[in-house]
Design a protein around this ligand. Structure first.
Ligand code: 6CS
Length: 283
């Protein structure tokens, strides 16, 4: 009888769980309701202007968070609360539930598209390299860095530029992980790296603020694709992603989207000329 009692108990628990889920929809459908009740969405950013930026007073700006803040506001979620993360830690953090969404210029690539659920495209950009004035090593591509056995290149940990350099044949020990833009700039100025790679708009922002005549920007890096990011949601939050996409599409159509991103230097037309499906399928 005892065994039967236990079985009945387990069956009862399972039934309760099923009824609870069916009565209030799947967890997926409830995520937006949870965020509305919470009053904010927890977003992962990198603090890499103009994609993402945190001022001394903690104010979060940048094209990606600004778009996300407006979309969430239209969805009834009052604000966003940002945490700074290394690019390589964003997807694990999202999957672990530390963030509700990544809005950081996390470029869509097949391996990332397999790990998260992206919105439609938001910010598109080519890749650049920051080098000393005169480009003393004649870099035009990541392959050029690979061929020069004494050359080192700095890039964000887990970032696209790190991957591009490694895939171009730069040995691991010559690809230097750099935590942020200011560190990369300093390492280049001090001669500790021969090039520092980020997307074009990020490198241009660094150079504009550096006020250093001994710098040169190689852009675009030959052979590197133009990438686009999207807001990245955890698998299972497809309903939230779809709701985000509905508002994003309205903002693209109304011109509101361009008004937010173009002052940062991004092209609304570039984001509207492609789709998540195309970007996630790109080789
Ligand atoms: O998605 C990435 O990996 C890259 N995105 C940006 C905006 N900066 C660097 C990073 O590697």
């Amino acid at each position: 009888m005892k065994k039967l009692g236990i079985l009945a108990g387990v069956a009862g628990l399972a039934l309760t769980a099923v009824l609870a889920a069916s009565s209030t929809g799947s967890a997926d459908d409830n995520k937006l309701e949870q965020l509305k009740a919470q009053g904010f969405a927890r977003v992962a950013i990198a603090n890499e202007p103009p994609y993402t930026a945190v001022a001394a007073d903690g104010k979060v700006s940048g094209a990606a968070p600004d778009v996300a803040r407006e979309v969430f506001k239209r969805l009834g979620v009052g604000d966003i609360v940002a945490s700074i993360s290394e690019y390589g830690a964003m997807i694990p953090g999202l999957q672990a539930g530390r963030f509700d969404v990544v809005t950081a210029g996390l470029f869509m690539k097949p391996e990332r598209c397999a790990a998260v659920v992206y919105s439609e495209p938001v910010l598109c950009d080519a890749e650049a390299m920051l080098v000393k004035k005169g480009n003393p090593k004649g870099f035009k591509s990541y392959e050029d860095v690979a061929k020069d056995t004494s050359a080192t290149i700095g890039a964000p940990g887990g970032g696209t530029e790190e991957k591009l350099a490694l895939n171009a044949g730069v040995p691991r020990e010559r690809v230097i992980v750099v935590p942020d833009g200011q560190s990369g700039l300093k390492m280049l100025q001090d001669g500790r790296i021969d090039a520092y790679s980020l997307p074009v708009l990020s490198i241009n922002d660094l150079v504009k603020k550096a006020n250093d005549p001994n710098l040169e920007v190689i852009a675009p890096v030959q052979g590197a694709p133009v990438y686009c990011d999207g807001a990245a949601f955890k698998k299972g939050d497809e309903a939230l992603r779809d709701a985000f996409d509905v508002e994003l599409a309205k903002m693209k159509k109304s011109g509101e989207f361009a008004k937010i991103i173009e002052p940062y230097g991004f092209s609304a037309a570039a984001a509207m000329s492609t789709t998540r499906d195309k970007l996630c399928a790109a080789k």
